[in-house]
Ligand binder design. Structure first.
Ligand code: HEC
Ligand code: HEC
Length: 387
């Protein structure tokens, strides 16, 4: 990125954020006012794929496709099978299960506030927009997620044979002769994903709307989170507690870090099935580097980490307390605290029992329970039935 791009990016982000936060400060909860502004805001955002200009109609159609099991080759899974609003668009499993019953390498990611994300997925730094990422669950074959590979014509045929879809695609893509294409399916679903916003946690209302909502324990937890002793905020910063402000070993801004979860047999490696950023860059030093996870909606997204290997927040805090995770037996045996590629901020600290609880209480108050019942995002087929 050259200087000019950087300046443009900065201006756009600044404009976007002031646009979002200034009106939000007045009276309404941020999520409401932001939702109203969304289409206007979204039109010229830096974060959007120019080839797919946002329209609400496209997003509405995408919402049906997102929940439709006919989009998997054997009609067993939809996007929502692994991204259920009940769990903040994750699935509650350690690792997701594809249409053939195979385990995915990773834990499902919450699909919230994606318009603000610079990098999608936990380890592929080339994916910036949902439009690009969606091809993964559709076409990947190890493991199969939706199983489009070799079945594309069949699946598109199913969509084309449905009167509702035929009509809607013709309306949304009225300039196209044969609008039911893989790309348009992706464009619609991506548009729906961009509308999923979650900014209505207790913490948001405290921070952006000055509502006096934090308990003494949450407030103390917040102080710990933002302290230099714990340094959580240095990696979990920004709107979504997922934008780091620290650099990598070479002094470049970094988005992916090794937090010392594994050190298989002292080889500094994470499990072979998933070594994070290294799977994409092939650099040994990227072994075990994963994108900083958002801390929003943790109340709904257990289990945690890229592979769901921590069942509770308490386990996660233990890993930070100890400066890494020690696994005593099994194939993942090893002392993560000694992993050479671990980031230097992960070096342990001590907390009293009460402080530990305070920190967890603070993390939980970043959860937005209005998201899981938000009628704009639920399964539209069910809504149609109850109308
Ligand atoms: C078999 C389960 C499964 C299905 C089906 C599935 N996903 Fe996912 N999804 C995942 C997992 C697991 C991840 C985490 C992947 C990673 O980090 O590499 C993910 C990640 C994503 C991300 C990246 C989010 C982020 O914050 O980086 C997007 C976007 C996404 N999925 C959209 C979809 C859409 C749209 C569909 C339907 C076309 C879909 N997924 C179907 C399991 C699934
Ligand atoms: C050096 C950067 C860094 C620091 C410092 C850091 N984290 Fe993290 N955090 C990460 C990364 C990277 C992940 C994803 C790790 C993975 O999936 O392998 C993560 C994951 C998490 C998760 C799991 C989220 C999920 O949904 O899977 C929680 C909770 C968490 N961190 C809380 C904290 C707290 C609390 C602190 C301070 C004590 C902290 N982090 C400090 C980088 C950091």
């Amino acid at each position: 990125m050259n200087r000019k791009h950087l300046i443009t990016l900065f201006l756009l982000v600044f404009a976007a954020l002031s646009f979002y936060f200034l009106p939000a400060r007045k009276s309404k909860a941020p999520v409401d006012s932001f939702n109203n502004l969304l289409p206007a805001f979204i039109k010229d955002s830096f974060f959007l794929e120019a080839a797919n200009p946002f329209t609400q109609q496209k997003a509405d159609l995408g919402r049906y496709l997102f929940y439709d099991r006919r989009l998997s080759f054997n009609t067993t899974k939809s996007c929502a099978s692994c991204h259920d609003p009940k769990f903040s668009f994750t699935d509650g499993y350690r690792r997701s299960v594809g249409a053939l019953g195979d385990l995915h390498q990773r834990n499902s990611t919450p699909l919230i506030n994606l318009v603000f994300k610079k990098h999608l997925t936990a380890g592929d730094s080339s994916l910036h927009f949902p439009e690009q990422q969606i091809a993964n669950p559709m076409f990947h074959d190890h493991p199969v997620e939706l199983g489009w590979k070799g079945n594309e014509t069949d699946i598109l045929g199913r969509i084309a044979s449905d009167d509702f879809y035929r009509e809607q695609f013709n309306i949304v893509f009225s300039a196209e002769k044969n609008p039911i294409t893989t790309q348009n399916v992706q464009y619609c679903i991506a548009s729906f994903l961009k509308t999923i916003l979650s900014f209505n946690s207790v913490y948001d209302r405290f921070y952006y709307l000055n509502e006096k909502l934090l308990t003494a324990s949450q407030s103390n937890g917040m102080k710990l989170f933002f302290s230099d002793k714990l340094s959580c905020y240095k990696c979990h910063g920004g709107l979504d507690f997922a934008t780091p402000s620290v650099n990598d070993e070479e002094g470049h801004p970094a988005y992916y870090f090794n937090t010392g979860l594994y050190n298989i047999n002292g080889t500094n490696s994470y499990p072979l099935q998933d070594r994070g950023l290294m799977e994409y860059t092939r650099h040994e030093t990227d072994n075990g580097k994963f994108r900083v996870a958002t801390l929003r909606n943790l109340a709904f997204t257990a289990p945690y980490y890229h592979d769901g290997s921590a069942a509770t927040l308490s386990e996660v805090i233990d890993n930070y307390l100890n400066g890494g995770r020690v696994i005593e037996k099994g194939i993942a045996k090893g002392d993560g605290r000694l992993n050479l590629y671990k980031h230097k901020l992960i070096n342990g600290f001590s907390l009293m029992e009460e402080e530990r609880n305070d920190l967890i209480n603070f993390l939980l108050c970043l959860s937005d329970s209005s998201l899981v019942t938000n009628k704009n995002y639920t399964n539209p087929f069910q809504d149609d039935e109850t109308k």
